[in-house]
Design a binder for this molecule. Structure first.
Ligand code: 5GP
Length: 114
């Protein structure tokens, strides 16, 4: 399996604008933001996506969500509201095969998505 862009960010090979880092997760600004706040949260241990996760991943999946909550607090969108998106597979629009949670906010977001 080829090395994804997010693994290269994790290793420090490619820079990112970091928002938060702890033992289990890294959060950084998306390079092509779709909202005033658009941050990606990734686990430090590789999971391709939710579909390819399993019961052993329960803690790391929880960490990703708790880091998303932390990011929203840090960037001041926790009260106004925000959207968490995990694109999964081709029809889900996943372009990077490394699990990531989009944290989107800072403006009203429409529903349903396209
Ligand atoms: P997906 O479409 O897989 O759900 O989301 C991948 C996201 O990664 C996209 O929003 C895209 O803009 C972002 N992205 C792709 N390459 C880079 C990069 O090199 N740096 C950062 N910060 N974001 C990236």
């Amino acid at each position: 399996m080829s090395v994804t862009i997010f693994e290269r960010i994790l290793s420090g090979e490619i820079p990112c604008k970091k928002v938060w880092e702890d033992d289990h997760t890294l959060a950084f600004h998306d390079i092509a933001p779709q909202a005033p706040v658009h941050v990606l949260v990734i686990p430090k241990r590789k999971i391709v996506n939710v579909a390819q996760s399993d019961d052993a991943d329960v803690e790391i999946l929880g960490h990703v969500l708790l880091t998303a909550r932390k990011v929203a607090q840090l960037l001041g969108i926790d009260v106004s509201g925000y959207r968490l998106v995990m694109n999964n597979g081709n029809d889900g629009g996943q372009t990077v095969d490394y699990l990531h949670c989009h944290v989107l906010g800072g403006r009203p977001l429409r529903w349903p998505p396209g």
